[in-house]
Design a binder for this molecule. Structure first.
Ligand SMILES: Nc1nc2c(ncn2[C@@H]2O[C@H](COP(=O)(O)OP(=O)(O)OP(=O)(O)O)[C@@H](O)[C@H]2O)c(=O)[nH]1
Ligand SMILES: [Mg+2]
Length: 323
């Protein structure tokens, strides 16, 4: 059992939803500071209240513009909104703002809005782990809606989308539907399709091809949800009320059908897996990837072929159990 410790003043500030405190907690989590992990543990009874909404799509499809409009709509409804904008191609930022990729900075002065961008190239641990941590911190801080923007082009981004209770896939005319969605495997994760930039010709064509793809797709395990296809001109705010309504309808359905509980259970499972991995790996390896000095002689023996890698793992696990 851990010794009783003095309460961390930062924890109270996070619970009160103070933006600077939440930002510090996320930084601690990103940097692998053990106090961040402890704090999430203290927050865990508060988790699960926020509605986590993923907004994913190819680069430049207008995700940030949509997020900006959603912030506006939710704020008008009196909700507190947090945004995590994930850019897997940017270097690890430790919380710095990724310049003009973030369109929603006009809300930065609003205390009911929290915006964090995460560039994760070069960060230790998976993209999804860092994002999941940030989402938990924001949930613990009492935000009602957490919007997660990701550039949906690969598996890592699909994993991030799985963190969401509701996933919006953003498509635009004239980008090639196969490039946008089908190849990237994001058709399957969409709860709603937002066809943005419908001020440009070609929206109907995209909608038709999404519909054709949906008709081909095998029935979802839950069966009863058909992703709506919504048309937007996010720059002008057109279609945003319908999107907000679609998100709420999906939320209500997923609560009733058990889909929300199913996704959250999956998330907890993946979280446990990631923590376990980080815990055991962190016992054996330093953050720079080098093995801990205690195991260096064994590694040397294994690299000479005198011991097997499995021997080494067994030794490490023995030491871990005794630690
Ligand atoms: N024509 C048109 N352009 C739009 C619309 N919405 C956004 N844009 C423009 O599309 C460009 C990209 O918008 P962003 O919101 O930054 O797109 P994003 O998907 O967040 O981009 P990344 O984060 O870089 O992948 C900007 O120049 C926007 O002004 C729209 O409804 N119609
Ligand atoms: Mg963006």
């Amino acid at each position: 059992m851990a010794q009783a410790q003095a309460p961390d003043p930062l924890l109270a500030a996070v619970e009160a939803g103070e933006a600077r405190a939440v930002a510090r907690l996320i930084t601690r989590l990103e940097s692998g500071d053990a106090r961040g992990r402890q704090m999430l543990q203290s927050l865990h009874r508060r988790l699960g209240r926020a509605h986590v909404v993923g907004v994913t799509g190819a680069p430049g499809t207008g995700k940030s513009t949509i997020v900006d409009r959603l912030i506006e709509a939710y704020r008008r409804a009196g909700l507190r909104v947090a945004v995590v904008a994930v850019d897997p191609t940017s270097p690890f930022t430790g919380g710095a703002i990724l310049g003009d990729r973030i369109r929603m900075q006009r809300h930065a002065a609003d205390k009911g809005v929290f915006i964090r961008s995460m560039g994760t190239r070069g960060a230790l641990g998976g993209l999804a782990v860092h994002t999941a941590d940030a989402v938990q911190a924001l949930d613990g801080a009492g935000f009602d809606v957490i919007l997660v923007e990701t550039v949906g082009v690969g598996q890592a981004e699909v994993d991030v989308a799985r963190l969401a209770d509701t996933v919006i896939v953003v498509l635009v005319p004239n980008l090639g539907d196969d490039v946008q969605a089908v190849k990237a495997g994001i058709m399957e994760i969409a709860d709603l399709f937002a066809i943005n930039k419908c001020d440009i010709d070609g929206g109907d064509k995209v909608a038709a091809s999404v519909e054709a793809n949906l008709a081909l797709a095998p029935a979802s395990p839950n069966g009863s949800w058909t992703p709506p296809i919504l048309r937007l001109v996010s720059e002008q705010g057109t279609g945003i009320p319908a999107l907000v309504e679609g998100i709420a309808t999906h939320r209500a359905w997923s609560e009733k059908s058990g889909e929300l509980a199913r996704r959250r259970a999956l998330r907890v499972r993946e979280n446990v897996r990631a923590l376990l991995q980080a815990d055991v790996t962190g016992f054996a390896f330093a953050r720079d990837g080098s093995i801990r000095p205690a195991f260096a002689p064994l590694l040397l023996a294994a690299s000479k072929g005198e011991r097997s890698p499995q021997d080494l793992v067994d030794e490490i696990l023995r030491a871990y159990r005794d630690s």
